[in-house]
Design a protein around this ligand. Structure first.
Ligand code: AP5
Ligand code: MG
Length: 227
């Protein structure tokens, strides 16, 4: 657990490549500030598990490392952010992911209160290693890292079975990194000239990344630049 969030709730977008630690940080930050954590990846994976129409449409794309259709994702996020629990702040992990999504998000955010955008920066070689070691709990979704040669198979939080995420195979990870570089990294340029954008070094311990992220948000709120 990292430092407490001392100011009122904020809307936070966590950017970063696959495996950067977006989910790790988003869950923690949202829990500390008492607002919903909205992960578009989790929404899609839940839909795949539930075998809903959305899940059926998205599964092949996710497993190939591609991106689900912009208009579909914009509709999902627009609808989710209209829920009452998102009125006093939220954390968004995995959206926006394309410039088209970011343009739509600007419009969705009109009148929605302060927004901070934080990019977690990690180089590719470290990402490949992290994703090869990631296991997720099939029951509660908690992500953890297994060390080389480690045989841990149960979740430390709920005792559920740890599994490899279906898109964490080597070939799909390579494709996700390629798609990120081509389609999602341009978002860093889209946001970086804005006063409500910061980048943090993602190659520190999770607690240190969390502290840097929290500090970045606190700075933007103190400067009045989160907007
Ligand atoms: P999504 O679920 O968003 O996946 P992603 O962006 O590829 O990111 P990951 O969840 O793999 O990584 P993360 O950054 O959350 O890292 P984590 O905290 O787990 O999207 C999946 C798919 O859904 C997409 O490919 C696409 O098909 C579709 N999709 C989703 N949103 C979409 C959208 N808006 N538009 C279109 N399509 C969309 O950490 C990774 C590992 O590292 C873990 O094992 C963790 O324990 C470890 N770790 C965390 N922090 C650290 C640290 N500081 N040091 C060392 N290890 C760490
Ligand atoms: Mg994630």
């Amino acid at each position: 657990m990292t430092g407490a969030v001392t100011r009122g709730p904020i809307n936070l977008v966590v950017l970063g490549p696959p495996g950067a630690g977006k989910g790790t940080q988003a869950v923690d930050f949202a829990q500390r500030q008492g607002t919903p954590n909205i992960s578009t990846g989790d929404i899609l994976r839940d839909a795949v598990r539930a075998e809903s129409e959305l899940g059926r449409r998205a599964k092949a794309t996710i497993d190939a490392g591609g991106l689900v259709d912009d208009q579909l994702m914009i509709g999902i996020v627009r609808e989710r952010l209209a829920h009452p629990d998102a009125a006093r702040g939220f954390v968004l992990d995995g959206f926006p992911r394309t410039v088209a999504q970011a343009i739509a998000f600007d419009e969705i955010m009109t009148g929605h209160g302060p927004l901070a955008v934080v990019d977690i920066a990690v180089p590719d070689d470290a990402l490949v290693e992290r994703l090869a070691r990631r296991r997720v709990c099939g029951q509660c979704g908690h992500a953890t890292s297994v060390a080389a040669g480690e045989s841990r198979t149960t979740c430390e939080r709920c005792g559920g079975e740890l599994v490899l995420r279906s898109d964490d195979t080597e070939a799909t990870v390579r494709e996700r990194l390629r798609v990120y570089a081509e389609t999602t990294k341009p978002l860093v340029d889209y946001y970086s000239s804005r006063p409500n954008f910061r980048a943090v070094d993602g190659q520190q311990s999770p607690a240190e990344v969390g502290a840097a992220l929290t500090q970045a948000v606190e700075d933007m709120l103190a400067e009045g630049t989160a907007g």
